[in-house]
Design a protein around this ligand. Structure first.
Ligand code: IMP
Length: 194
């Protein structure tokens, strides 16, 4: 069975291929020369994930997955949230981090979580899978691994930021892998039911 992922990111495609195993063929937008900029204008992670999955399904008719992720900070009323990638500057991780740290400067409540929502769409409809990882925002940056807000996020039960962990350590507990695991369980249970 083929599953089309709404991404140009080969790393994301390979991560999903590894998790799904060789019974699934994971393809991405580049395999179909789909180069339109998908308008992520939803108001929730779910809506944005669905917009991406629908785009792929409508263009190709293949079972498709869209995903949307972000950082949700309690004391900021949920921001940066769906604006995570462009909070201060478009995909400018340094500026985005600086903005969050500045906004939390005198704030004792550092609670936050990362979230990933996946939307799977095929001829039978849509299914959503959500993964979260809870933790705290630091008061300065630590570590240079990972991407995005990794240098300012310490997951619960750890004393390192995501940027100080090995990628495989982060992947074990990340919001993305939690959502993917639920998706894989769904695929397996559905296969069992056929
Ligand atoms: P995307 O939906 O996977 O493209 O994620 C949107 C934005 O959320 C990214 O540009 C990052 O700023 C942030 N983000 C999502 N996942 C992570 C993560 O695992 N670590 C750090 N930042 C993340």
């Amino acid at each position: 069975m083929e599953i089309l992922i709404a991404t140009h990111n080969l790393h994301k495609k390979e991560e999903i291929q590894q998790i799904l195993g060789s019974e699934y063929i994971v393809t991405s937008l580049s395999d179909y020369n789909l180069n339109d900029e998908i308008q992520e204008n939803g108001k929730t992670f779910q809506e944005n994930a669905r917009i991406k999955a629908e785009y792929c399904f409508e263009k190709t008719g293949k079972p498709s997955v869209g995903d949307d992720s972000g950082l949700v900070v309690e004391a900021l009323g949920g921001r940066p949230g769906i604006l995570s990638a462009r909070y201060a500057g478009n995909h400018n991780f340094k500026k985005n981090i600086e903005k969050v740290l500045e906004e939390l400067k005198d704030e004792p409540n550092r609670r936050a979580y990362f979230i990933t929502v996946l939307c799977f769409k095929d001829q039978d409809g849509e299914h959503y899978f959500e993964g979260r990882v809870y933790g705290n925002i630091t008061s300065e940056v630590f570590g240079d691994g990972g991407f995005g807000y990794d240098p300012i996020f310490i997951p619960d039960e750890y004393n390192l930021t995501f940027a100080q962990m090995l990628p495989e350590e982060k992947n074990k507990i990340s919001h993305r892998s939690a959502a993917l695991k639920k998706f894989v369980e769904f695929l397996y249970s559905r296969r069992g039911a056929l």
